[in-house]
Ligand binder design. Structure first.
Ligand code: MG
Length: 282
C-alpha cells in the first residue's frame, strides 16, 4: 500500500454507515487517507464492502481503530471503569475483538491497528499491570502476524508511565497514536512536553483540540473544541512533530456528536492545517 506523504492531512472517521457514502463525504473535503474506527457492535463481515469502496475511491486507511461495547467517556472514573483492556470482566472478549479488528485491517489492506487500552496502572505492582501488559503483547503479536503496527491511543496517563509500559511490553511493532488534546482533557500534562518524551514511539497522531478540566469538579474531563479553538496550540504541536522527525500523516479527529457540525469542523480543521503546514514543512 502507498505510504501517505509526510504531514498529509487525514481524518479519523467511523464505520457504521454505507462505506461509499462515508468515503465520499471525506474525499469531497480533499482528504484521501485516514483512520477507520470500528464501533464495538459493528459486524466485521462488512470488510469486503469497505475494501471495495476504498479501492474505488482511491482512499487509504492507514489505521483501523477498535472501540468496544460497554465503554463510556462520561468522566474520568467512568473511563477508568469501562474503557479498554483494563476492566477484568471484559478482557477476554475485547482481546478477541481486537484480534478480529486486526484481521479486518488485513482484509482492507491497512498497515496498522490502534485502540484506547484504558488507564495503564502507574505502579507495576498493581494487580492489573501484568494482565494488561500480557494482553497488549498478545495483540501486538497477532498484529505482527499481519505485518501490522499496534498503536495505543495516548492521553490517559503521564508520558513517563506510558513510556515505561511500552518498554516493559517490549514488542517492536508496538507504539502510540499521539493525541495532544487527550493530555489536556484528562489533565495529564503538557502535550508538547510529552511528545518530546514519547517521540520515538509515535506511529500516528490525532489533530484534536480541547480545554483543561474544570478544577472545581473532581473527576471531570476537559471539553473538546474545534481544531485551533482549544488549548493545544496547533502551530506549536506541528513544530514539535517536525522537531522529533515525525513524517506520518495528520489525522483530524473531531468528536462532536452532531454530524453536520462535525463535518463543518473537519473542513475548517483541514483549512487550518493547510495554512499552518507550510511554515513547519518548509
Ligand atoms: Mg484521539
Amino acid at each position: 500500500m502507498q505510504v501517505p506523504e509526510p504531514f498529509e492531512t487525514a481524518v479519523m472517521f467511523w464505520a457504521g454507515r454505507d462505506p461509499a457514502e462515508t468515503i465520499a463525504e471525506l474525499t469531497e473535503l480533499g482528504i484521501r487517507s485516514g483512520q477507520l474506527g470500528l464501533p464495538g457492535d459493528l459486524d466485521l463481515a462488512c470488510a469486503p464492502l469497505w475494501r471495495n469502496a476504498l479501492r474505488i475511491a482511491g482512499f487509504r486507511v492507514f489505521t483501523v481503530f477498535a472501540a468496544f461495547t460497554g465503554e463510556s467517556y462520561a468522566d474520568i472514573p467512568t473511563v477508568q471503569r469501562t474503557v479498554g483492556f483494563v476492566p477484568p470482566a471484559t478482557r477476554a472478549e475485547r482481546e478477541s475483538r481486537m484480534c478480529a479488528a486486526s484481521d479486518f485491517a488485513a482484509e482492507i489492506g491497512a498497515p496498522g491497528i490502534a485502540t484506547h487500552i484504558g488507564f495503564v496502572p502507574e505502579s507495576t505492582e498493581d494487580p492489573d499491570y501484568s494482565p494488561v501488559l500480557e494482553m497488549v503483547r498478545r495483540v501486538s503479536d497477532h498484529a505482527a502476524g499481519h505485518n501490522q503496527t499496534f498503536a495505543l491511543e495516548t492521553g490517559q496517563e503521564p508520558a513517563h508511565v506510558l513510556m515505561a509500559f511500552l518498554s516493559d511490553v517490549n514488542r517492536p511493532n508496538l507504539g502510540i497514536n499521539f493525541d495532544p488534546a487527550n493530555m489536556i482533557l484528562y489533565g495529564t500534562g503538557d502535550p508538547i512536553e510529552a511528545l518530546g518524551i514519547l517521540g520515538p514511539r509515535v506511529l500516528s497522531v490525532h489533530c484534536k483540540d480541547g480545554d483543561w478540566p474544570d478544577q472545581a469538579i473532581p473527576g471531570a474531563l476537559g471539553v473538546e473544541r474545534p481544531l485551533g479553538a482549544g488549548s493545544v496550540d496547533i502551530a506549536r504541536f506541528l513544530a514539535k512533530l517536525k522537531e522529533i522527525g515525525y513524517k506520518g500523516p495528520l489525522a483530524i479527529e473531531r468528536e462532536a456528536s452532531d454530524p453536520v457540525r462535525r463535518m463543518n469542523d473537519i473542513r475548517a480543521a483541514s483549512e487550518l492545517l493547510a495554512v499552518l503546514k507550510p511554515a513547519v514543512t518548509a
